[in-house]
Design a protein around this ligand. Sequence first.
Ligand code: AMP
Ligand code: MG
Length: 340
Amino acid sequence: MSKGYCLGIESTADDFGVGVVSFKGEILANINDSYVPEKGGIHPREAARHHADVAGKVITEALKRSKIEPKDLTLIAFSQGPGLGPCLRTGATAARSLASYLNLPLVGVNHCVAHIEIGKLTTGALDPLTLYVSGGNTIVSAYESGRYRIFGETLDIAVGNCLDAFVRESDIKFERGKPLGRIVEELAAKGKNYIPLPYTVKGIDLSFSGLLTAAVSLLKEKKYDVEDVCFSFQETAFSMLTEVTERALAHTEKKEVLLTGGVAANTRLQTMLRIMSEEHGARFSVVPKGYSADNGVMIAWTGVLSYLHGMKVPIEKSFVKTKWRLDEVEVPWVEKRDIS
Ligand code: AMP
Ligand code: MG
């Protein structure tokens, strides 16, 4: 593999992240600055304004941390989609400016592919069935014939969004900046009694909006402890995720299961998937915490893989793709590895 360094920019939603990696997959820097809404969910234009405000600082910090000079960089990668338009465009503008100023090639990366590739890089998984769970996505996928195929996905909201909206719509107190899913996890650990909630699985697809509505109304009724509602909410949502992952595993007969995305930080979800994977004789791995939520490292690394397979994009054609699906992307580097 040739020598080089890639700087990657992530900006699909609330996070503005910059990572620097070598072509060998060494991680030299991982700097992130998140937009935290005053109230409610992510406001795309406000998040984009945040990204524009912090971009210079985060890029400078990442270069400083990586101990390399801008002239040592070989390419610039950016999250081209899917995501929120204004946020994507801000990251893309920063990436285009850097590429043009430093006269470097630009690579547009699919954010979902990047979550899978960082999981593989950091855990050593080669050909896993992947459960990718985050604020914006819930996807069960595996590699087949040149692409990561989608075997199942959410039919409405993502599980991370479901957890976040549940906290925001109830009276649960939270520390600004702490992931809302983590707050549910901490409360759920103290719950004991299971209260039945809507469990919606259709084949390998899932739906979370009924669960969200029911869990919020349970809390509003004030008949149950918040810990028990959080416990029941997690048990229901994560059992659904484990069921669909198991179904896809039986279908694909993969020998590895990988958990990635921001919700992968949840230890209860990890436990459920580990037990299920082991029952099928599959190796279970989970992306380390620093790389589970959105980050620039995963974009930089996927940028390297793409670039080494001739994939780059001229600046004038580097439009963002807000609805770019995982299974639209060719991933030629996977076939080249020995995954038998
Ligand atoms: P991402 O979209 O990949 O940046 O991930 C952000 C999502 O991960 C948000 O929905 C968070 O609430 C969620 N998250 C972070 N930590 C945890 C946790 N410990 N348990 C459940 N969800 C989490
Ligand atoms: Mg995020």
